[in-house]
Design a protein around this ligand. Structure first.
Ligand SMILES: [Zn+2]
Length: 412
């Protein structure tokens, strides 16, 4: 049996007035998805438990069959995995944004998309002044060598804490933080870290503010009309999740095609190799054909190929339903079609199409709530639905309140 999972990130949406009250999935011309929906079944599932963030980090774990209450530990450990950083038991990863805060308002959670070069230099400054040469009192008895700022890309960086038996991490699952992208244009006063170890994180954030204020990088940025990097914003912390490999759970060897770090991290943790595709950007201009071709080729080598496409989510964050429809049309034409043809030529096969979470063009944000999924292939009896969209999926009457149950029902 060959399997393919296609994840059009954030494609689920609400009816939109400008589309005559249809959702983007209803408005888009998706002949390949409609054919699969007719031959197979559609339904609704929920990958966004109310008590967890409605983000790709939780929703993709659910979609791949991992109960988030058991396996989700935070966003940063998934990003650490994407960077190839191994976390031993007792180690913690903390997401470290470089941000612009003016008068205690989150003016820009990306600091004007600060360049990777500038970010790397500022983190080196922070490492030296806030950790390596800091007054030991400011680290609450922990050692400088336990902390490391790790540059990533642009404003997306990490702080890694290495636990030791005699100096364990001060954090726990009760440590609370706020995602800076949820604070845009809002006061940040009440969103500094709370709970165990939060005083240390808040102190690093405060002291970075003094440190960066007069740095030459900021003087230059302001002179050139860019937002300064006012400080580090620490959030999304966690220990490494202990995920059983996908193969150990389902007996199927998988591989991942994605341009997004978070998905790359999840793939690493479930022990799927990542297939790198030139031209895959994680944006609307991604090379859809190249991703489709890579998936088709990978099906010769692997039992299961998962293709994640970020474009519909990006279009939604920009509030552009026209771009979202176009992204879906391209996915249908260049990815769904070729994969479905390839699977048919393989003999026994199954396909699953589902976004992780909804992203609404109206709010430009991720949302909790159900998403439509589609399953088709060998041994799947068709229902009476003939299209892949939110309305037909709801009308099918098949609903999985725990999205992580879907994979187990789909793989046989
Ligand atoms: Zn997502």
């Amino acid at each position: 049996m060959k399997y393919a999972i296609i994840i059009p990130d954030g494609c689920a949406d609400l009816p939109i007035e400008g589309l005559g009250g249809r959702t983007p999935l209803q408005a888009a011309d998706l002949p390949n998805l409609d054919r699969l929906a007719t031959a197979g079944r559609v339904g609704l599932s929920n990958n966004t438990p109310a008590h967890l963030p409605a983000g790709s980090e939780v929703a993709n774990l659910c979609l791949l069959g991992y109960d988030p209450d058991r396996y989700f530990t935070g966003r940063a450990p998934l990003e650490a995995a994407a960077q190839g950083i191994e976390l031993a038991p007792g180690d913690w990863a903390v997401r470290c944004n470089l941000v612009t805060i003016c008068d205690q308002i989150m003016a820009d959670f990306t600091a004007d998309h600060v360049s990777t070069e500038e970010a790397t230099e500022l983190l080196a400054v922070a490492q030296r002044a806030l950790i390596d040469e800091a007054d030991p009192d400011t680290l609450s008895g922990l050692l400088p060598e336990q902390w490391k700022f790790v540059p990533g890309v642009s404003y997306r960086n990490l702080l890694i804490f290495r636990g030791r038996p005699d100096r364990p991490a001060p954090f726990s699952r009760q440590t609370r933080t706020s995602a800076p992208h949820d604070l845009t244009d809002l006061p940040v006063d009440h969103d500094y870290p709370r709970g165990p170890g939060s005083d240390l994180l808040t102190s690093l954030m405060d002291r970075s503010c003094e440190l960066f204020a007069d740095h030459e990088i900021n003087r230059r940025r302001v002179a050139e009309g860019y937002h300064p990097v006012t400080n580090v914003w620490l959030w999304g912390l966690g220990e490494a999740p202990r995920l059983p490999s996908f193969e150990s759970l389902h007996g199927v060897r998988g591989a991942m095609i994605t341009a997004v770090d978070l998905l790359r991290g999840i793939a690493a943790l479930v022990q799927w190799p990542r297939i790198v595709v030139a031209g895959a950007t994680g944006y609307l201009d991604t090379d859809y054909e190249a991703k489709g071709r890579a998936a088709v080729e990978a099906l010769d080598e692997y039992d299961l190929v998962c293709v994640h496409i970020e474009a519909p989510d990006e279009a939604s964050h920009e509030g552009r339903h026209d771009a979202k429809i176009e992204a879906m049309r391209r996915i249908d034409e260049a990815i769904v079609g070729p994969i479905a043809d390839k699977l048919r030529s393989c003999g026994e096969h199954r396909i699953l199409v589902s976004p992780d979470h909804p992203t609404f063009c109206a709010t430009k944000k991720h949302s909790h709530g159900d998403v439509p999924f589609l399953v088709a292939g060998t041994g799947i009896e068709p229902d009476s639905q003939t299209a892949y969209d939110e309305v037909q999926a709801a009308a099918s009457g098949w609903r999985l309140p725990q999205g992580w149950d879907l994979i187990g029902q789909w793989i046989r």
